[in-house]
Structure formats: C-alpha cells, structure tokens
Design a protein around this ligand. Structure first.
Ligand code: ADP
Ligand code: MG
Length: 247
C-alpha cells in the first residue's frame, strides 16, 4: 500500500478568458517523483502556485495528506509539510547561506521570514541548518554572503531551505534551470537520494533528468493533463510526441 500525499481533482483556474488550469487531475504518492512536463505557458507554474497556496483555484479539490488545503494559507500548508522550493528571489541576499537556512528552520517553527534580524543564536538551530547545507554540498560556503554565491550555489541553497522545512512533499519548479550539465547531474543524483524521505512533484524541462528520475510523468498542454504514465509509456505515446516533444 502506498500513501497518497497529494490528490488533485477537477482543478480549474482561469485568467480572464485563458484557462491556465483546465480540469486537472493528478496525484503524488509517498516515495514517488512525479514529473510534470509541458511547453512554456502550459500552466505548470500556475498549478504549483495553487498547490502551494499563493493562487486560489476557481474550482476543484486539492487534498494533501487527506485534508482539503484550499482554505489554508501558504504558511499553514508549509507547516503541514508541503514544501515549495524557494525562488532565488526569496533568499536574503545580504546574509550568509547559513543564515538563510536558519531562517527557513525558524519559518517551520512559525516565525516570519521577513524578520531576518531576529535570527536566534541557538546552537541546535545552527547545527540543523549546517546539516542541510552539507546535504546539498554547500557546507564550505556556509559563511559566504548569499549575494556572492554563484547561480548554481544559490539553487543548492534554495533546496537546502526547502528541506529545512522538513517537507513530506516537495514542489520543485525547474530546479535545473541555469545549471550546467555537471550541476544538473549532481542535483539529479541528490533528488534521487531524497526519494525515500519526501515525495516530489518536479517541473523540469531537462528531459534527461526527468527520464532518469520520474516514477510517473504527467504531460500538461494548454492547462490540461493530456497523459499520465511511466517513463516508457510517455516516451512511446504518439500523442505526447506530437503535442510536446515535437516529433
Ligand atoms: P508554465 O509554467 O507552464 O510555463 P504558467 O503557469 O506560468 O506556464 O502560465 C500559464 C498561462 O497562464 C500562460 O499563458 C501565462 O501567461 C498565464 N498566466 C500565468 N500567471 C498569470 C497571471 N497572474 N495573470 C494572467 N495570466 C497569467
Ligand atoms: Mg513555469
């Protein structure tokens, strides 16, 4: 028996006349990496926004750990274990990498991200943050000011911040974007190593990474899931090749 982490039914969201999310059904099981692929503008980020809570659906259901989360705030969902990879823009650039992770740990415990000056000097907190930095390979840069980290290191830092929230489901929106081949490969291996502890809904254009990581793939086109299947099923699908892979 697998545990259903996330279950989405009949989800709809329009911007004016544009149906950005059009009757989407999708689920993520514990221990699963479910990849969401589709062309630019297909509605992938809009879907993630509704799951994380920044965007309110027009219709449909989002159940996380068997609970209706639509009425819940972003912060409440995060505390339930719905983790969204931090956008680089949400990192505090003027403080160290370590401090950013400490802020994430504090956010899990309920305090706001904005009050970075109120970082507690607490050894337990610091140790926990260091562990996350070590896991993503950033321990050597713990004391580096975030604005001085490379693009790739900031992506690693985002993942460390997301993990600090101890999520049960991680929502990742194009984590490989802007990483070189080596960086993508390292992140791919790292995400693989996370599978036992956290389910992942992975939006990614890097098809090598998707084919390597995904247990299932859903293909989103014009707001609709046109197909969900295993890597082999999706690779062989004539409909997907035509609509998305352009073959
Ligand atoms: P993807 O992440 O798959 O590239 P998005 O979810 O970002 O696609 O966008 C889906 C569609 O919704 C696009 O046509 C985009 O222009 C539109 N869209 C996204 N957010 C908004 C918004 N806040 N207001 C109006 N249109 C939006
Ligand atoms: Mg997007």
């Amino acid at each position: 028996m697998t545990e259903t982490l996330l279950e989405i039914k009949g989800l709809r969201k329009s911007f004016g006349a544009l149906k950005a999310t059009d009757d989407v059904n999708l689920d993520v099981q514990a221990g699963e990496i479910h990849a969401l692929i589709g062309p630019n503008g297909a509605g992938k980020s809009t879907l993630i926004g509704q799951i994380a809570g920044g965007l309110k659906p027009d219709e449909g259901q989002i159940r996380f750990l068997n609970r209706d989360v639509i009425p819940l705030s972003v912060a409440k969902r995060a505390r339930m274990g719905l983790g969204r990879s931090f956008q680089i823009s949400s990192l505090a650039m003027e403080v160290s990498a370590l401090k950013n992770v400490i802020l994430a740990v504090q956010a899990r415990e309920g305090s706001s991200f904005k009050f970075w000056k109120q970082v507690r000097s607490d050894q337990g907190l610091m140790d926990e943050a260091m562990i996350q930095l070590e896991r993503v390979g950033l321990a050597d840069s713990a004391r580096t000011v975030t604005s001085e980290l490379s693009h790739g290191q900031r992506r690693q830092l985002e993942v460390a911040c997301a993990l600090a929230l101890k999520p049960k489901l991680l929502l990742l929106d194009e984590p490989m974007a802007g990483l070189g081949a080596g960086g993508s490969q390292r992140l791919t291996e790292f995400l693989e190593s996370l599978k036992a502890e956290v389910g992942i809904l992975l939006i990614e254009h890097d098809m090598d990474a998707v084919f390597q990581l995904a247990d299932r793939i859903s293909v989103l086109v014009y707001g609709r899931v046109i197909e969900t299947g295993t890597v082999d099923q999706i690779r062989q699908s004539a409909q997907v090749r035509e609509a998305y892979l352009g073959e």
